[in-house]
Write a protein that binds this ligand. Structure first.
Ligand code: F6R
Length: 632
């Protein structure tokens, strides 16, 4: 949540910062702002509430000029509001009272109120309601107290500031006393430094919350760890701990291709990402499932021994995640328990991190996160690690903090997901859980080989079937979506391995259409939710052939008897009397029941998409949300 950018180099920083902020829009879009030092070394700050385009419209073309010679520094921010409404005043960058210091921040300063009171008592004048402003004021306050205003003294100021801050922060700090420098520090919030070699052994630097915002400028990056500080100037990068110990920066060359962002002609990123799912599944399977009779190759050979060891000693998997990732983890639980006979607990990270979980040497934590930066998931994993757990992470971002802090990483390979509403990453996560489950079953001999071969064959055929489905499914879905778009509440129900799909369908609808929706196991209907049903609240049932089909059909009858409008998402062939029960029937391809979530989820994603589109909602950037939830 919130995206920050910094730049040091010999070019106009404004276009570069804007380009990077555009890449970070998924992290928030409540307001944005930019600060640069002009030639007279005045701090120029422009901010605008609302989308990034509002800032672009407000920027004066002469904010700073491209001299091609002088060193220029600047910073930018895109905000997801925590403290204070989405106003111009609350937008970053924030300044000290004397405009000596400018700061952009991602995270939450938990003790901001106390700091603010203290600084106000010292005469500092606050102009916003944000927690961040206290950082700018504190840095400036400490700086003005220095008798010798040297670089060394400013290092001390940063150290003292960090010592006083509680909470999570990634900060870019500009001090007018050092007009060719930026200062960067992180604790529990992501930050990456990109370096771009220039003529004469000089460097340009771009700092950002995420590699996606660096890649347009360079593929050479340094990932920062907690409590590390970086000083950037054309002379180079000085990396040190907050305590002042100098460290050697580790430059990583990142592969730019999976990070490129393009709508490819689709109206929205979400629709494009839904349509990418067959390829994403192929990608996730690639190199891991080569042939139905070949054993699963879960990880690259360099991690293979470690992964094997972790998996062989585990007798309990604890899956930890949030939101859509949590739903994918639930599918994983049904699959792994059914096939590999290993008990799996699925835990909401925000709850887990404040519990007293029971962990022993046979507990394997499986952390699941698209972004790999979700604050609750990271903290839950750190708690488990502190109690001795080993961690296997399933993520779409191999360069994320979570991946770097894990013992073994299983990349889901979905490519960059831009739409705030997760779609393709869910499918990719589910595929990785399938691979994990099959691998466990293979090594533990819990299922006969013929059954595993059958499942693997089905899994390999699935992307082609999904391609065919997606070629025709969207058009009729538009009509179904229109029929249900005026409702203010909707209930999704399913059983077994598709119960998490009902949760996911409800989550998608809520997120992008703002229609209230709940997902239930159909078995729960009579334990309360049925009381809500009447002709204003439709019920969407997910029906797949199998032992629970009749049970869900009975629940559909019960809902129909309460006048609910009925919608079926089904891979079963319904006879005429069954079809008559539903106001609309949306078919999807049939497959092995254990694999059916990969098909069942897609029409639910399309349903949510077309309802939101019909209602004229901002599909890719729904209100109040941000893609990467880096604060708790
Ligand atoms: C829903 C959605 C969120 C995320 C959740 C966890 O469409 O995107 O519910 O799934 O915030 O995010 P990650 O997977 O990045 O940890």
């Amino acid at each position: 949540m919130c995206g920050i950018v910094g730049f040091v180099g010999r070019q106009n920083p404004v276009p570069l910062i804007l380009e990077s902020l555009k890449c970070l829009e998924y992290r928030g879009y409540d307001s944005s702002g930019i600060a640069v030092l002009d030639k007279g070394q005045q701090l120029n700050v422009v901010k605008a509430s609302g989308k990034l385009q509002n800032l672009v419209d407000r920027l004066d073309a002469n904010l700073t000029s491209d001299t091609g010679e002088a060193i220029q520094v600047g910073m930018g921010h895109i905000r997801w509001a925590t403290h204070g409404a989405a106003t111009d005043a609350n937008a970053h960058p924030h300044l000290g009272t004397n405009r000596q210091i400018a700061v952009v921040h991602n995270g939450i300063i938990e003790n901001y109120y106390l700091l603010r009171e203290t600084l106000m008592a010292e005469g500092r004048q606050f102009v916003s309601e944000t927690d961040t402003e206290c950082v700018a004021q504190l840095v400036e306050h400490l700086w003005e107290k220095q008798t010798e205003q040297t670089l060394e003294a400013f290092r001390g100021v940063i150290r003292e500031t960090v010592d006083q801050l509680q909470g999570a922060f990634a900060l870019v700090i500009l001090n007018k006393a050092f007009p060719e420098h930026l200062f960067v520090v992180r604790r529990h919030a992501p930050l990456v430094v990109g370096q771009r070699p220039q003529a004469g052994n000089q460097m340009e630097y771009v700092v950002a919350s995420d590699t996606v915002a660096i890649i347009p400028h360079t593929n050479q990056v340094v990932f920062l760890n907690d409590d590390e500080v970086v000083e950037l100037s054309p002379e180079g990068m000085v990396l040190m701990t907050v305590a002042g110990d100098i460290l050697e920066p580790k430059v990583t060359i990142v592969d730019a291709s999976p990070l490129q962002i393009d709508k490819k002609g689709y109206r929205h990123f979400m629709l494009k990402e839904i349509h990418e799912q067959p390829d994403v599944i192929r990608n996730s399977l690639s190199g891991r499932l080569l042939h139905p009779e070949a054993p699963i190759e879960l990880v690259a050979s360099d991690q293979s021994a470690k992964a094997k060891q972790l998996l062989s000693q585990a007798n309990h998997l604890v899956v930890i995640g949030c939101g859509t990732s949590l739903n994918a983890g639930l599918v994983g639980k049904y699959f792994i328990e059914s096939l590999a006979k290993v008990p799996v607990s699925v835990e909401s990270a925000g709850e887990y991190r404040y519990r007293e979980p029971i962990i022993d040497e046979h507990t394997l934590v499986v952390a699941i996160s698209q972004s790999g930066e979700t604050a609750d998931t990271l903290e839950a994993v750190r708690l488990a690690e502190s109690k001795g757990a080993k961690v296997l992470t399933i993520t779409n971002r191999e360069d994320s903090t979570l991946a770097r802090e894990s013992d073994v990483v299983l990349p889901v390979r979905a490519g960059v997901e831009v739409s705030v509403c997760a779609t393709k990453s869910f499918s990719a996560q589910v595929v990785v859980f399938y691979l994990l489950g099959i691998a466990l079953a293979e090594t533990r001999n819990t299922v006969d080989a013929a059954r595993l071969t059958e499942l693997k064959g089905e899994l390999m055929r699935l992307p082609t079937q999904l391609d065919a489905y997606l070629a025709t499914a969207p058009e009729p879905m538009q009509d179904v979506a229109r029929q249900f778009s005026h409702h203010t509440s909707l209930l999704f129900m399913a059983r077994g391995i598709n119960y998490p799909v009902a949760l996911e369908g409800a989550l998608k609808l809520k997120e992008i259409s703002y229609i209230h929706a709940e997902g239930y196991s159909a078995s729960e209907l009579k334990h309360g939710p049925i009381a809500m049903l009447d002709d204003t609240m439709p019920v969407a049932a997910i029906l797949t052939p199998g032992p629970l089909f009749e049970k869900v059909m009975t629940n559909c009858q019960e809902a129909k008897a309460r006048d609910a409008r009925m919608l079926a998402f089904t891979s079963a062939t319904l006879d005429d009397s069954m079809v008559d029960m539903f106001d609309a029937v949306v078919p999807f391809p049939d497959t092995d029941e254990l694999l059916s979530p990969l098909f069942a989820t897609v029409p639910l994603q399309l349903f949510a998409y077309y309802i939101a589109e019909h209602l004229g909602k901002d599909v890719d950037q729904p209100r109040n949300l941000a893609k990467s939830v880096t604060v708790e």
